[in-house]
Design a protein around this ligand. Structure first.
Ligand code: IMP
Ligand code: MG
Length: 181
């Protein structure tokens, strides 16, 4: 596998990602079997590739919608306030809802999002997150389906970015320090 020159090392290989996506899709399909139409919510932009691979492996009926969120920034506030940039088009009341996120770091984004969605009274609400940096958690958030725990390094690829670059690498890689310093 060719490694991009901005990448220090591979954190999760393409093979490992694909194997885990198949496992997660099988687990989700089993858990939601017979529940009717599931609503999958992808959080833009980071989750788009994970969502595309995962949903094509699902054996349960589902619809897909997207939301875009923006953090107010970690230095500006201690509350971890998050803003909705683009909201859902689907009404999720009385629906089984599964949120797909790329990575959980402090936990503020997912915590806020789950609060917002819960207020819309879905039949159930769960989360599926590709990556977690457990050392960085500031707020406790339930993750129902997790891909991988990773160390506290900035990662890109498979949808994740640094300044909107490197999203389409097929693996998850740690960025070289000189790229972001
Ligand atoms: P949290 O609110 O601190 O949990 O941050 C979650 C969001 O921060 C994710 O949805 C990503 O957009 C972004 N993020 C955190 N760590 C990384 C990383 O290593 N690479 C790319 N994006 C990240
Ligand atoms: Mg994100």
């Amino acid at each position: 596998m060719d490694i991009h020159p901005d990448i220090e090392r591979v954190i999760v290989s393409e093979d490992k990602i694909q194997t885990r996506v198949v496992e997660l899709a099988a687990q989700i399909s089993q858990d939601y079997a017979g529940d009717g139409q599931l609503v999958i919510i992808g959080i833009l932009k980071g989750a788009f590739i994970f969502l595309a691979d995962l949903t094509r492996r699902l054996a349960v009926p589902h619809r897909i919608d997207f939301m875009s969120l923006s953090s107010y920034g970690q230095t500006a506030t201690t509350t971890g306030a998050v803003r909705i940039i683009m909201d859902l088009r689907l009404d999720i009341e009385s629906r089984h809802v599964l949120v797909i996120e790329d990575i959980i770091d402090s936990g503020y984004t997912l915590h806020y999002l789950l609060d917002v969605l819960r207020a819309r009274r879905p039949a159930s609400l769960k989360s599926c997150v590709l990556l977690s940096k457990p050392e960085r958690r500031k707020v406790d958030v339930p993750v129902d389906y997790l891909g991988f725990e990773i160390p506290d390094v900035w990662v890109v690829g498979y949808g994740l970015d640094y300044a909107d670059t490197h999203r389409t690498l097929s693996y998850i890689g740690a960025l070289k320090r000189e790229v972001y310093e």
